[in-house]
Write a new protein. Structure first.
Length: 502
């Protein structure tokens, strides 16, 4: 018995492969044996992990087992598991209870442990440990797993914020937090944490990550043994292009079985396939959302690979285009126009700062700004200074121009033409997110889109895109501008000029 305890029972990896009973994808009752994806997550020794994955990888099942294991083998442990809805939380609770109820009786007797209470809020054990399902504010946790954070952030943004400020803060610096999710567009808490984790890993390497950093783990459908099918499925022309892209980007050769499976899935999921079954992190987030204004422009940008590193070219001037929020976020794009092609080389945003702060930011950049474009509301007087904001910019020595006020739909139409040719630096995640996610308001009661923009985190950079179209399209960008659009623009400029003269 001592040898068994020393060689096997004391080993977490052995326990997770031999002790816990699950119901697998085929509804078979069996002992959990970690699959490829689960092993990838398990071998990441960093205390904080975030996993971007394709569907049906079994990560939440593995994490339920890991949380239960921690509670059983470590007295006085407080573990927590969070999912995105009551039905999903109930499923996780049932998995945990099923694992406990099917635990070998000899192991239970050896550990001298009993289940004290069990309900949908979790399991409490006689050794002082608790596996909680749900809300953790006020608790001190040594283990926390959040399942499908992207769905939580999309459907219940208040819950996502509660997790960020509550549950995550309930875990000590060196204790475990794991997040896993499929993507739900290029926005929200999951997307932000993932992108931050990617940048940190690229900057400092795995060895340089602190206990507060998240270590990113990506699980592609390409590496999932279940994503294959022996039966032949005819690939469409789009499938063939997609397979060539995957093979080129990953430096691999897909098997015919993988192509059969992917062709079948893509025929049913269409443009949702990359969200549910991404082959790399970027493809996971490159999904247009229903009701977005720039869906087709965004898809074209992705197809033409116009999101990439876009360096500053000293032969051409730089333009700064602002969205000026009143007591709100300010957003700026720094753009060059090279041989008629607009290139967004940098973005910046902040809030709660005076105009002088943003002027100093611009002067700290490694390139001069030839012209700063401001929206029409920069001509509104700022009560704190008694001057309009354009007057304040000019007082600080900034060469700037006021853009005309156009109906928002005219601005959106101009932005669509602008987006047909623009190139965006891949670090400009605010702009990229806005192009992908700027959408109409949706009336949940009537189940219809209202035809007016939703004001959210994407609005500011979406406004910058509209202003960029107005600032650059008619003067410097080589586009085919419709006569009607040009007439409306020139009329707005004339009206603004006339108003200023009066």
């Amino acid at each position: 018995m001592e040898d068994f305890i020393r060689l096997y029972l004391s080993d977490t990896y052995w326990r997770l492969n031999n002790l816990y009973t699950i119901i697998d994808k085929e509804d078979n009752v069996c002992i959990l044996s970690l699959n490829y994806a689960q092993k990838q997550v398990h071998k990441a020794k960093h205390p904080k992990t975030i996993t971007l994955k394709s569907r049906q990888q079994g990560i939440s099942t593995y994490k339920v087992a890991e949380g239960l294991d921690k509670c059983i083998f470590n007295p006085n442990s407080q573990a927590g598991i969070q999912s995105y809805g009551q039905s999903e939380a109930k499923k996780l609770y049932k998995k945990a209870l099923f694992m406990w109820n099917n635990l070998d009786s000899d192991i239970v007797e050896l550990l001298d442990i009993k289940l004290v209470s069990a309900n949908q809020e979790g399991l409490t054990f006689s050794n002082g440990s608790t596996l909680k399902i749900g809300n953790f504010r006020g608790d001190t946790l040594s283990f926390l797993h959040v399942s499908e954070l992207a769905k939580i952030a999309k459907r219940f943004p208040e819950k996502a914020e509660e997790l960020n400020s509550g549950a995550f803060e309930a875990v000590s610096t060196h204790s475990s937090i794991s997040i896993e999710s499929t993507a739900e567009g290029a926005s929200g808490l999951f997307h932000n944490i993932w992108r931050t984790a990617e940048r940190r890993l690229a900057l400092v390497g795995a060895e340089g990550l602190t206990p507060l950093d998240f270590y990113p783990i990506f699980l592609s459908w390409v590496d999932d043994p279940d994503c294959s099918m022996r039966q032949y499925y005819e690939a469409s022309d789009e499938d063939i292009v997609y397979f060539e892209l995957v093979e080129k980007d990953l430096g691999i050769t897909l098997t015919q079985e993988q192509k059969n499976w992917a062709s079948g899935k893509r025929s049913r999921l269409t443009d949702k396939f990359d969200q549910e079954y991404p082959y790399n992190p970027d493809s996971a987030f490159n999904v247009s959302v229903e009701g977005t204004y720039y869906r087709y422009q965004y898809e074209r940008i992705i197809k033409e690979r116009r999101i990439r590193p876009v360096p500053y070219d000293s032969r051409y001037p730089v333009f700064a285009i602002f969205d000026l929020g009143m007591n709100d976020k300010m957003a700026i794009n720094f753009t060059q126009v090279i041989e008629g092609v607009p290139k967004i080389i940098l973005e910046y945003s902040n809030n709660g700062q005076r105009i002088e702060y943003y002027v100093n930011i611009m002067r700290s950049l490694p390139f001069p700004i030839q012209m700063t474009y401001l929206p029409h509301d920069a001509n509104v007087q700022d009560m704190s200074t008694g001057r309009t904001r354009i007057e304040e910019f000019r007082r600080l020595g900034v060469v700037c121009q006021l853009l005309p006020r156009l109906p928002i739909q005219d601005g959106i139409d101009a932005a669509r033409q602008y987006l047909d040719v623009v190139e965006i630096d891949s670090q400009c995640i605010g702009t990229i997110g806005a192009v992908q996610n700027y959408r109409q308001k949706f009336d949940k009661r009537l189940q219809v889109f209202m035809g007016t923009p939703e004001h959210d985190d994407h609005s500011h950079y979406a406004d910058v895109v509209r202003y960029s179209a107005l600032a650059l399209t008619y003067h410097k960008v080589r586009l085919s501008v419709t006569p009607d659009m040009e007439t409306r623009y020139n009329r707005a400029v004339a009206e603004q000029t006339q108003g200023a003269a009066l």
